[in-house]
Design a binder for this molecule. Structure first.
Ligand SMILES: NC(=O)c1ccc[n+]([C@@H]2O[C@H](COP(=O)([O-])OP(=O)(O)OC[C@H]3O[C@@H](n4cnc5c(N)ncnc54)[C@H](OP(=O)(O)O)[C@@H]3O)[C@@H](O)[C@H]2O)c1
Length: 226
C-alpha cells in the first residue's frame, strides 16, 4: 500500500499522560512548554505536507494546527471525524491553511454542506469509522507525502495498530499527573501480546529547557522477528 511517511508527535508527561484528566484540553498542560519547545514542535509542522488530529481533539482542544513559532508553510489540516461532528467555529476552519474533514457514509448531509460552506473539503473514507487503509493512499496521491499525526490517544492507536507509523517524536513534559483513566500516548485495545507489539529504535535525544525530546524510528525487523 502506498501511503504517506507518518510521524506521530506528542507531548507526554513523565507518567505517559496526554492531558490532566479525561476530557480535559491538553492546552493546559502544553502551557508549561517554553517558546523554544514550541519552536521545536512548529519546526516539525513546517516540514510536513499534512497534519492530523482526531475529531475529539478538535472538540476538546480547538487547536490551530498551524506553523507560528518558526517560519514555514502551514501543512494541510486533516481531521478524521466519522459523523462530521466538528464545531463550526473551530480554529481548524481558519483561512490560514487548507482543511480536509474526513468522514464516513454516516455523516449527515447538512453537516457536510455546512463544512463545505466554511471552505473545508470533505472526503469520505469508510462506513463506520474513518478507514485509514482507504484514506492514506488517497492522501499520498494528493501530494501528502509526509504526514504528522498529533493525537489524540485513539487516533495514535489506529496508526500504531495498523502499522502505519514510521517515526515517533515525544516531547517529555517534566511533570507527573497521575490518574487511572487519563488518556496516555496510545489508547485503543492495545496489542496484549509481546509478539504483536511495535518496536522502536531511538534516533535522537536532546534537552530543551528541561524538556527531554526523544525521536524514534519503527524497527520493522524486530517486529517481524518476534
Ligand atoms: N498531549 C498531546 O500531545 C495531545 C495531543 C492531542 C490530543 N491530546 C488530548 O487527547 C484527548 C483526545 O484524545 P481521544 O483519544 O479522546 O480522541 P482523538 O484521538 O483526538 O479523536 C478520536 C475521535 O476521532 C474520530 N474517529 C474517526 N475515525 C476514527 C478511527 N478510525 N479510529 C478512532 N477514532 C476515529 C472519533 O470521533 P467521532 O465519533 O466524532 O468520529 C473518535 O472519537 C484530549 O484530552 C486532548 O487534549 C493530547
Amino acid at each position: 500500500m502506498i501511503r504517506p511517511y507518518v510521524i506521530i508527535v506528542s507531548e507526554v508527561t513523565l507518567d505517559g499522560k496526554l492531558t490532566l484528566y479525561r476530557g480535559a484540553s491538553s492546552k493546559e498542560l502544553m502551557s508549561l512548554m517554553t517558546k523554544e519547545v514550541y519552536k521545536y514542535l512548529h519546526s516539525l509542522r513546517a516540514q510536513v505536507d499534512g497534519i492530523m488530529v482526531g475529531c475529539e481533539t478538535v472538540r476538546t482542544d480547538d487547536p490551530n494546527l498551524t506553523v507560528r513559532y518558526v517560519e514555514g508553510k502551514n501543512p494541510v489540516r486533516i481531521i478524521p471525524c466519522s459523523t462530521a461532528n466538528v464545531p463550526y467555529n473551530a480554529n481548524i476552519f481558519s483561512k490560514d491553511a487548507p482543511t480536509i474533514i474526513v468522514t464516513t457514509q454516516r455523516a449527515p448531509e447538512e453537516r457536510i454542506k455546512k463544512i463545505q460552506e466554511l471552505g473545508a473539503e470533505i472526503l469520505i473514507a469508510g462506513e463506520d469509522l474513518v478507514d485509514f487503509q482507504v484514506l492514506l493512499p488517497i492522501l499520498h496521491q494528493r501530494g501528502i507525502k509526509k504526514l504528522m499525526v498529533e493525537g489524540g490517544a485513539s487516533i495514535n492507536w489506529e496508526f500504531i495498530r495498523l502499522g502505519f507509523v514510521d517515526e515517533l517524536h515525544i516531547i517529555h513534559l517534566p511533570v507527573v499527573v497521575g490518574g487511572e483513566n487519563v488518556p496516555t500516548l496510545v489508547g485503543g485495545e492495545g496489542f496484549k501480546s509481546l509478539k504483536k507489539i511495535l518496536h522502536f529504535q531511538i534516533t535522537n535525544h536532546f534537552v530543551i529547557d528541561n524538556f527531554l525530546i526523544t525521536e524514534w524510528k519503527v524497527k520493522p525487523l524486530a517486529k517481524s522477528k518476534n
